[in-house]
Unconditional design. Structure first.
Length: 165
């Protein structure tokens, strides 16, 4: 009862199914098994986490250049909601490293079980590679973009005549 009161339900079920106290019909198979059929494998977890993190970084990069603060906050918040919804359905946590780390720490403290840390390197590696992917995409999109006339500056007839030639 004390463990159930202290731990969230998902952490409780993860921890006690790993110990073999609670038997779940759809529990995660051991890491040693190659290619699970009903759960994500390591590459899928890494790919999903890095794509969703790069989506957040990419949205922030695009919205923060020459935009008012309100639109940056709105677009970044919307990107965060979309990634949390997608990742919670697929990899079981809301693409939030702090929440993942808290679950792992609580499970290892109360259960003295080090098996909970077995896949943390995927999320860490995804967080390092996602900003690099987003920066490459941002650079590619900016280098392919045509230069625009600045509508806030007064029009100069000499500039317009050089463009039309």
């Amino acid at each position: 009862m004390l463990s159930r009161a202290l731990l969230r339900s998902s952490t409780f079920l993860d921890a006690f199914s790993n110990l073999g106290i609670v038997d779940l019909p759809n529990q995660y198979p051991p890491v040693e098994e190659f290619e699970h059929l009903q759960f994500s494998n390591r590459f899928q977890i890494y790919l999903m986490d890095s794509i969703l993190t790069s989506f957040i970084v990419f949205i922030f990069l695009f919205s923060s250049t020459n935009s008012p603060t309100a639109s940056v906050a709105t677009s970044t918040g919307l990107a965060r909601v979309v990634t949390a919804y997608i990742s919670f359905q697929t990899i079981g946590q809301a693409n939030n490293f702090a929440r993942l780390l808290a679950n792992y720490v609580i499970s290892s403290i109360f259960l003295s079980d080090n098996h909970v840390w077995r896949l943390i390197y995927l999320y860490v590696f995804g967080m390092f590679t996602a900003p690099i992917i987003a920066a490459i995409l941002y650079w590619a999109m900016n280098s392919a973009r045509l230069p625009r006339l600045d509508s806030t500056q007064p029009t100069n007839t000499q500039t317009i005549s050089t463009i039309t030639r």
